[in-house]
Ligand binder design. Structure first.
Ligand SMILES: [Fe+2]
Length: 464
């Protein structure tokens, strides 16, 4: 039977109750809530033959990016395919999208959602998933343009409008338009303070503009609302730590690590990326992180050979390599290489990314951990400006740019370090540690006057 979802889209289901449960699951997904999979379980009990419900379950499995969920996604796909004969065209395209996703063809997956949006611009599930996958594969132009194509068909009166604004804010920031993105994100949070993705988008905008105090204030002001939103809140605390880091408030970073985003070992991919990348930054800045790598490395040891996303593999690798667990770290590099060799020729998106960017960075991380700084430089110079296809944000990938700069400095390549730091302070002029390190490097190459100026900039920033 045909029923209608909360945005008026025709939905094939046994009852309206099932469609309402579908709406609730989508809402929870849009709000990054922890209950999305619980609600989708309820939906399964209400109507296990609802094709879009099976697609939604499959999508959630894929979004988890965990090996054990891959099989479950395939089960959802096979059930959705059986049900597709009685579905409408829009629903059948969702089945196609899930099918492409399960086959590892991320470009056709997101293209299918975009195709749905041409005829059904209110399909917020297709929109939000496309936003995710554009982000996952670093397709910034597609992520930027996706909301603008459909916005004219939306208004305050359409449920979920704020989520669209939040995505637009994030897409603009990642595309280099942080100033333009910020008001969209702020507006979305005004409409719904629980919209943590929009709040996170504003955090990104403030980070990109180097507005340190504004960034800390923004996150702190909404922390109670966002703490309720599940594990994704940890990414927001991580963003606040980036501001602490650039203000040299290293104890605040360590405290946030211990109490906010790694209070206990976690298997969540975002938690692992948060934890490894902040420790890596601290180590490069000479901060003693004591035994904090240990619990992360234990978790990462269980993720050798995931090869679902290079972006995640590289963080697992950092966890192991920086704990001197070189053998397991080497296994990750080998598995990534093998996965790329085997699957790139089939066109598997993640294998192409692993081949072109993931493996060279993996080799560089292992080299860095082994203090082979020339090894880092050789690999990173080739890929540092081509990391976008890894997915993740500019703020997240930045850890590997820092690694190159640090390797140049520690490896005695001071002219290279000077050039890279000149770039850095130009792009991030409010980073006090960068100015300080720049000053040190300028001193090493004999540019004493410029060194004093750079150090004065650091002092001024810290005094402000
Ligand atoms: Fe982020």
């Amino acid at each position: 039977m045909i029923h209608y979802d909360k945005r008026g889209l025709a939905t094939t289901a046994k009852t309206q109750y099932a469609v309402d449960a579908f709406d609730a699951a989508v809402d929870e997904f849009l709000g990054q809530g922890r209950e999305a999979t619980v609600i989708v379980g309820r939906l399964e009990r209400l109507d296990s033959e609802m094709v879009i419900g099976q697609c939604l379950r499959g999508y959630f499995m894929k979004l988890g990016s965990r090996l054990h969920l891959e099989v479950m996604a395939l089960d959802c796909l096979s059930r959705a395919k059986i049900l597709a004969d009685d579905a409408n065209e829009q629903e059948r395209k969702h089945v196609d999208a899930l099918s492409f996703w399960c086959a590892g063809d991320l470009r056709r997956t997101k293209a299918t959602w975009e195709e749905i949006l041409i005829d059904h611009p209110l399909d917020i599930l297709a929109f939000r998933l496309a936003h995710n996958l554009h982000f996952f594969v670093g397709d910034l132009a597609a992520m930027r343009d996706s909301p603008t194509r459909i916005m004219a068909r939306w208004s305050d009166a359409v449920p979920g409008y704020g989520y669209l604004l939040g995505c637009r804010a994030f897409a603009l920031e990642e595309s280099g338009y942080a100033l333009a993105g910020e008001p969209f994100g702020r507006r979305a949070v005004e409409m719904n303070e629980a919209d943590i993705w929009a709040g996170h988008a504003v955090a990104h905008c403030l980070e990109a503009m180097g507005r340190r105090i504004d960034g800390i204030t923004w996150i702190t002001a909404h922390s109670e609302a966002w703490r309720m939103r599940g594990p994704f809140a940890n990414q927001v605390w991580w963003h606040r730590s980036l501001h602490y880091l650039e203000l040299e408030s290293y104890q605040d970073v360590l405290d946030a690590f211990d109490t906010e985003f790694w209070p206990a070992p976690s298997e969540d991919n975002t938690d692992i990326t948060n934890a490894t990348s902040i420790l890596m930054r601290l180590v490069m800045l000479g901060v003693d992180v004591e035994n904090r790598w240990e619990t992360i490395a234990e978790v990462c040891a269980g993720r050798v050979g995931d090869c679902l996303r290079s972006f995640n593999d590289l963080h697992f690798l950092m966890g192991l390599a920086m704990s001197d667990r070189y053998e397991e770290a080497g296994c990750i590099v080998e598995r990534m290489r093998g996965f790329a060799d085997e699957n790139a020729r089939k066109g598997t998106t993640s294998a192409l990314v692993a081949r072109d960017v993931g493996v060279p960075i993996a080799e560089a991380i292992l080299a860095y951990a082994k203090r082979d700084y020339q090894g880092v430089i050789e690999r990173m110079l080739l890929v540092r400006q081509h990391m976008v296809p890894l997915g993740g944000s500019w703020a997240q990938r930045d850890v590997w740019v820092r690694m190159l700069i640090d390797a140049a400095r520690r490896g005695g390549e001071f002219n290279l370090a000077r050039a890279l730091l000149a770039e850095r302070v130009s792009e991030q002029p409010t980073s006090a540690p960068s100015w300080k390190i720049y000053g040190d490097v300028l001193e090493r190459v004999g540019e004493t006057t410029h060194a004093a100026t750079a150090r004065a900039r650091a002092t001024a920033l810290l005094a402000a």
